[in-house]
Design a protein around this ligand. Sequence first.
Ligand SMILES: Nc1ncnc2c1ncn2[C@@H]1O[C@H](COP(=O)(O)OP(=O)(O)OP(=O)(O)O)[C@@H](O)[C@H]1O
Ligand SMILES: [Mg+2]
Length: 375
Amino acid sequence: MTVEAWTRARLIRLRTAHSPRRCLQIAAFVAGQSVPLAEPGLRRPVVCGFVNTVLTGSIATDHLMRFPGRFRDSLLAGSLENVSLSFLVDELVIRRGGVAANIAYGMGLLGARPVLVGAVGADFADYRAWLEQHGVDTSSVHVSDLAHTARFLCTTDAELNQIASFYAGAMSEARNISLAPVAERLGGIDLVVVSPNDPEAMLRHTQEARSAGYPLLADPSQQLARMEGPELRRLVQGAAYLVTNEYERDLLASKTGWTDEQVLEQVGVRLTTIGSKGVEIQRSGEPAITIPVVPESGKVDPTGVGDAFRAGLLAGLGGDLPVPACARLGSLLAVYVLETVGPQEYVMDRHDAVVRLTDAYGPQAAAEIAAVLPD
Ligand SMILES: Nc1ncnc2c1ncn2[C@@H]1O[C@H](COP(=O)(O)OP(=O)(O)OP(=O)(O)O)[C@@H](O)[C@H]1O
Ligand SMILES: [Mg+2]
């Protein structure tokens, strides 16, 4: 489909009440192109790229070092008052990370053109180029004049003990970002995702989305540990989707004091990832559905599985798929990350994706998802 046809589809979407799928059909028809959209199993060039999904959250790099000795040989009991240590490391790996950036990468691979919103430092140029190259809109990323992009520095010793530091840096400026200019630039927002970020920013973006009437996906994950009940209630209340893992589900219950049923009454759909046991989908008053995982061919590095799951889920939602199909697409991306070192190093091969979806969920479910996979 041509860029003009996409633009037309976008305009139709803004001016009518048609579904994203229908807008694409009309635009393709006007452009004299035949794009098979409605029937499962037939191809669509990209997930409805004109569905504006705004991803707010952290953008960071991970600097991972390996110390070939043992920390405990240098940490001498009795001499810990004046610690001044330097470990000569023999390996440094720098990986692109941050929750929102990881999710954006996965959505970009699926052709969903997500809009990343977060704060970074002047050192972001290479990272920006990488994300843009993978289909991410980075125009609304705020660049700090003062601080560097958030950085996680971690040294692991020969016994797998770790000494780490997290520098939030520019991330603290995310609280100054307003969604209004983003909405203006895009001509509207269809979904706002609030992922772990500067806590003030998370509250601000939730509040802005709520006031403007934008549907919200609440993804508080890591920040559940540091935020308290009243703040967490504000993040979750009225969200169209709430996504956590199983541990975070319990933490949310204990911090908010809400029972599971009370949480379900506050949100549209709740998805809980349960590691190798898959994902549970719950709606108030309906029986829960469990979607099993796409079986792994080898566990290489679990970093970023949760983020990749969210990327597939969101791309599916943007493509108008039903929630269980979105969860299956999320599970596919999650297993790709599990089988690859690093959260943004996996690739998407359409043929392989369809085979793995078919093996995991059967041909009909695979065909339904294949309709939104890019070529
Ligand atoms: N062993 C596995 N095999 C296949 N898929 C898996 C496995 N472990 C996790 N996944 C997939 O990843 C999804 C998210 O996993 P999990 O519940 O562990 O997330 P998380 O704890 O938030 O991870 P993260 O460490 O990224 O925060 C699962 O729902 C599943 O689809
Ligand atoms: Mg997680």
